[in-house]
Design a protein around this ligand. Structure first.
Ligand code: KG4
Ligand code: ZN
Length: 397
């Protein structure tokens, strides 16, 4: 089967073509083409994705991306057997553009359509590794699986008991982790998307602390008795010298980390950063000109998000006796999350196989939609009445 997938749920216009063959009980996937046209530069002035603009850009880009991917695959539309399209969750005006485009292809070339849930796509994003082919073996003993899906719109823990049997065991009660990264980046005058920017700054800060050779656990607070403890302490090295008396200690909360459920909350953390910056600016309006302070805030913020995500994931792995962990979505590109997740799994002696997508597939792409779409087609879930296809912004797994 040759399948073409369309993804327009947010600010990436993406189309992929795959060829799928059965090899015994296994399924072999060949990537014939995969193109992503990013709109980031257009949304930067707005500090986030502007839905009307995303819609306009998708409409403009879709025919161009199609042409490019067909060229890459050395293929004509007439050879495609199935079209898969993301119908949710995401920005509805953006989703509609992909749906309308899929309908046009359906009418022009008489190709059946399958609908794909964007989040299911992120789960399948871990299968392609290096190279153009990969195999999915349905008999492999990988269940129960757990998926931590972390993106700009979602933060959820999904228990996967068997293929396509999903149970959401936890989710964010307010902001998604990626959204918090983006908002905090904006507070620090860093460009959109904020995740990679914050992560870069946090990494520089961690490397700096290492270079300073601070003995773990020896960062002491030197609080002047007359001042408030919150932001007035300075960092001391093991030898007692100031790292910099200019730079305050930055401590942020880990919201809901010890709550009994598997839910998350990042809105309070974001507000804590807002108040922290406000307090710092009261003392020095130009405080954010100090790159060291920005790095410290970025680092502590990333620590808080990562520790919370990892803590709840480890707890769920233990409770549900998880064999396989899949982390997907834009935030799964975060190298500190990858490091700490692997470290904690080792520390807890958990026998769980951990999968992160390759860097290219952490963000939105159509290849993951194609893989999920193949299984929809294999299960004969073709759309009967194409006029019934709707964009569902809040579609759940
Ligand atoms: O999955 P995705 O590409 O789009 C959505 O479906 O939302 O995720 C985008 C999100 C953005 O919020 C972006 O800031 C975040 O993923 N992100 C990161 C990193 N790279 C992207 N967050 C933290 N660390 C990163 N390295
Ligand atoms: Zn996504």
């Amino acid at each position: 089967m040759k399948l073409l997938a369309i993804e327009t749920s947010c600010d990436d216009t993406a189309i992929a073509i795959i060829e799928v063959k059965k090899e015994g009980s296994k399924t072999k996937f060949k990537i014939l083409g995969s193109e992503v046209s990013s709109q980031i530069s257009i949304h930067i002035p707005y500090g986030g994705v502007f839905p009307a603009l995303a819609k306009r850009e998708h409409i403009k880009n879709l025919p161009l991306v199609l042409e490019k991917v067909l060229k890459e695959a050395k293929m004509k539309m007439e050879k495609i057997d199935t079209v898969a399209v993301t119908t949710g969750p995401g920005l509805e005006p953006a989703l509609w553009t992909g749906i309308v485009f899929a309908k046009e292809l359906n009418q022009k070339y008489k190709i059946p359509i399958v609908k794909v849930n964007h989040m299911e796509g992120h789960i399948f994003s871990i299968f392609p590794k290096k190279g153009k082919t990969f195999i999915i073996d349905p008999d492999k003993k990988i269940f129960q699986m757990l998926s931590l899906l972390v993106s700009g719109g979602h933060t959820e823990l999904i228990l996967i008991k068997d293929w396509f049997k999903y149970k959401k065991i936890g989710q964010t009660r307010d902001d998604a982790a990626g959204e918090a990264f983006d908002k905090v980046a904006r507070m620090l005058d860093l460009p959109y998307p904020g995740g990679p920017e914050i992560s870069k700054m946090a990494g520089i800060e961690r490397a700096g602390i290492k270079r300073e050779n601070v003995v773990p656990g020896s960062i002491a607070q030197a609080v002047e008795p007359s001042t408030s403890k919150k932001h007035s302490s300075v960092l001391l090295r093991a030898d007692g010298n100031n790292i910099s008396s200019e730079i305050p200690e930055i401590v942020l909360p880990r919201p809901m980390i010890y709550s009994k459920d598997y839910d998350f909350s990042f809105s309070g953390l974001k507000t804590a950063v807002l108040y922290l910056i406000r307090d710092l600016k009261e003392k020095n309006p130009n405080v954010l000109d100090n790159i060291n302070i920005k790095q410290k805030i970025a680092c502590e913020f990333e620590n808080a998000v990562v520790e919370t995500l990892v803590h709840k994931t480890i707890k769920a792995i233990k409770e549900y006796k998880i064999k396989t962990l899949i982390v997907g979505g834009g935030v799964s590109a975060n190298t500190y999350l990858q490091t700490i997740m692997n470290e904690k799994i080792k520390e807890n002696k958990l026998k769980v196989k951990v999968h992160f997508p390759t860097k290219k597939l952490t963000g939105d792409n159509a290849l993951m939609i194609a893989i999920a779409g193949y299984f929809q087609a294999k299960n004969k879930k073709f759309v009967k009445n194409i006029n019934s296809i709707k964009a569902k912004g809040n579609l759940s797994l």
